[in-house]
Each structure stands twice: as structure tokens, then as C-alpha cells.
Design a protein around this ligand. Sequence first.
Ligand SMILES: Cc1ncc(COP(=O)(O)O)c(C=O)c1O
Length: 433
Amino acid sequence: MLYSDNLSISPENHLLIGSHDAVALAREFGTPLYVLDEDTMRRNCRKYRDLLRENYPGQSLALFASKALCTLHTARITAEEGLGADAVSGGEIYTLHAAGFPMEKVFFHGNNKTLEEIALAMDCGTGYFVVDNAEELRRVNAAARARNKVQPILFRVKPGIDCHTHEYIKTGQIDSKFGVALETGEAFEIHKTAAALPNVRVEGVHCHIGSQIFEIDPFCEAVRRVMALIASLRDSLGMEARILNLGGGIGIRYGTQDDPPPLADYICQVTAAIQEEARRLGLSLPLLVLEPGRAIVGPAGVTLYTVGSVKNIPGVRTYVAVDGGMTDNPRYILYGARHPALVANRAGDPPVRAVTIAGKCCESGDLIAEGMPLQAVQPGDILAVLVTGAYNYSMASNYNRLPRPAMIALREDEKKLIVRRESYEDIIRNDIL
Ligand SMILES: Cc1ncc(COP(=O)(O)O)c(C=O)c1O
């Protein structure tokens, strides 16, 4: 085993992803190339499903957070594995619908859904709207009225929890653009407003406290606070919020610096907290919804690049430049995220020095990693950056008019192109002269 259990080294000293030689994949499909190990993604979907079933006596549903990786193919995998989906934009709703996803299992998020997005999601039969604020509540009610229907909704509540993760991916504290605050009474008030509206029906409460979180306690604290809200909605408004959606956010291991808890511990402790609170407050067990993104697809991804130049600046650092960069993986420049990397055609060799992996964009900050221990490397080598399944393709851009890479999906004895490499014609497709 190399880094995770789907990676190993071939007799030719090449990186193997599942049973596939990464160097041969780079040759066949070109670079940069996103590689999705579909078997790993499916295994992670099943793990969530099974752990929920084993640990929670009530009903449960895991949703795949589409924002982590949204393509027609991943939508199909998600549906086939029996998960629902979280979508956060018209584009994600459109993709899920186009993939034939069961839209009644979709939760539509977002802090500023436009009128067009609300209309699209409703016309596609989206199961639940996770409403962010009072203006949106008014808009959703009006859109439902225009369609002569009652739309099931949940409110996104910020439970006042400041967890330990990067500032940009914290969302549970009061100073957040997402949702309505619990401690100010705003959350209670908006439920009261909704109770009087004829075209929405409150089905539950949602919270998402942040992403890449390594402690389980903040999730359990969120359970206690949100269950208290559910009890007060019952007591004061006679409202039955039967769904508890706890969002996603459990952290994964990107490298030796990370020590996430086992998924089983997270699910076991969170479900225990729900059962305890339900008993204490005299509530029936809610339908538990979790929305993992990173934990499902992060470890399933590898990005392959071709090394273009190796620039050694004596006494300063060595830059290894690849044919992609911040355009296909902006996570280092956004959050300082550390992805492991290795030379795929020399995968079993020991690292010889720490290098900086640079992209090809016209920005000094266009880096994928700094201080990365790497094997001997030279132009033409294939560099593999690991754990890139989540928030890489979905955050990609065309900066410097770079075409976005292709993506392939691997199964044991199958490889399939699932996203075509962009061409220069794609780059100018929407330009008008
Ligand atoms: C509402 C919501 N749910 C789920 C997720 C998925 O989070 P993660 O990928 O950390 O599991 C996010 C991520 O930002 C989110 O905003």
C-alpha cells in the first residue's frame, strides 16, 4: 500500500490507481488529467449508508454534496448507490436532473438562490428547499403559489458553533453569510413566519458547521442545539420538524499532518447524541440526513500532470512546473491545502528533496504545493497529486484561457472518459465578435 488502499506500485515502479497504471493513463488520455477511482467513490457511498443503518434506529439518508464533484457520471453513481444529493445552484440542479437523478431526494441549498434557480428547481421536482433567509422564504412561497403547490422546506440554522478549521470553510458561527442565527431568536422567528404561509411546509431543520473538521464534539453540540430548537418549535408553534439535516464537514486525511477520526466514530457519536436528546426532550427520532462531500469523493481522486521544467534556485528552492495549476486545483492558494504528490513513473523511489510544485499560470502565487518531499524529477515525468477528488474539478477555472482537463472514471477492469477535455473552441464558444 502506498498512501491509501486504492494506490500501489507496479513492478515497473509506476503508480497504480486501483489496477490501472497512472503513466499509461496519462499517455492515453493526455495531461492534466483528473482520475476518479469510481470503485472508491462507490465504497465510500456504501460506507455512509451502512454506518447510518447500523447505528441509527430511525430513518436516515446520506446525500452526496454535489459541490464537491458534480458531473453527469457522478450523479449517476450517487443515484445507483442509493444516496440523495445536495445541490447549491441552478447548474447543479440542472446536472442532477439531466442525469436522471431522483429529484425528490435532492436538497437545494444556497444563501442567495435567484428567482430563475428557484423556478428551475421547483419545475424539476426538487424534494426540499433549504431556505436561507426571510426574503428567500417569501420567494419560495410565491413560486410555489404560482405553481399551485406546497413546497417542503427546511431552514438553514447557524447554531453558534465556531469549529476548528480554516476561516473560509467555517459556517456554523454567528458571523456567517449562511442561514439564520439560533441565539438571537432569528431562527425561531422565521419558523413562525413560515407557519403562516400556505405554500411552504416546514419539514425539518438544517445546519452545516463547516468543512474539514477533525473533532466530533462540535457536531454533537450542534445536535443538542438544533434538537432544542425542534422541541421549542413543537412546544410553541405546534410545528413538527421531522428531518434533522446535519450537513457535511467531517475531515479527511490529505497528508501526515491530518488525523481525522474514523467515520464509524463520527456516525456512532452523532447518532448517539440524537437518540439521547430525543429521549430527553420527548421527541420522536428525526429522519437523519447527512451531506458528506469530501469524505465520499476526496480520496477517490488523483490528478496527473506532465512536468515541464525543473528550476533549481540554489539556496532558495526548486520549482517543479506542471502543465496545470491553480486552474484545476485552486485549493492551495485558497486555503493552503496540502495534497500529497509523487512522481508516478518513479513511484517507489524515496523522496530526494523538498520542492515547490508550480502551475503554468501568470501568477507567482500559482502553486500546488510548497516544501513537498519528492523523488528525483525531470521534464517529461508524470506527477501525480493525490486526494484531489473533492473541490478540484468543481472549483476549476479557465484563467489564462487554459482549457479545463478531461476526467476519467476507473473501475476494476474498465476505464471511461466522463468529462471531455476542453478545446480552444470551447474557450471562445461564448465570445461574440
Ligand atoms: C450545506 C453543505 N452541506 C455539505 C457540504 C459538504 O461538506 P464536506 O465536503 O466538508 O463534507 C457543504 C460544504 O461546503 C455545505 O456547504
